[in-house]
Design a protein. Structure first.
Length: 146
């Protein structure tokens, strides 16, 4: 099966579950794929040689975030991200290799490591502990019928 190239959004019944930026994606200028109102911004920075961004900081202000999104950037190895519906039905398996990135936006997910891997993982904090943060869900490994 051939792998998609570029950027991909994974949706089910109108709900966005994930966004993937494949390693071979190229943009001419900085491009954020997530909507501006998203609690997690996902995109690619791109500038021509010689570009200089002025020294700056990001203004501090209180934000209210009710969802917890998580991003992986695969540095080495191969990992399968399994995406499940709220009911626990397998929606999609996404195989990620070095350079691929995914942001998990909604729903249940699981990881299956095919080759020893290392990923950069980023999510909103503060971390409240595994007991509070993770909720295990019974799942079905067959896709739901449409």
């Amino acid at each position: 099966m051939s792998r998609p190239s570029g950027y991909e959004t994974i949706e089910y019944h109108g709900t966005k579950y994930a966004e993937v930026i494949w390693a071979d994606t190229r943009v001419a200028h900085t491009t954020f794929f997530s909507p501006a109102e998203s609690s997690f911004q996902f995109g690619l920075l791109a500038h021509k040689a010689g570009h200089q961004e002025p020294a700056h900081y990001h203004r501090e202000f209180e934000r209210s975030i009710s969802d917890l999104q998580q991003m992986f950037v695969v540095q080495r190895g191969v990992v399968v991200v399994e995406l499940y519906s709220d009911d626990g039905d397998l929606l999609r398996e996404v195989t990620l290799k070095a350079g691929d990135a995914i942001v998990l936006i909604h729903g249940v997910h699981a990881l299956r490591v095919l080759e020893d891997m290392q990923c950069i993982s980023v999510k909103q904090g503060p971390f409240m502990g595994t007991e509070f943060d993770k909720v295990e869900v019974p799942v079905r490994k067959s896709p739901p019928s449409e």
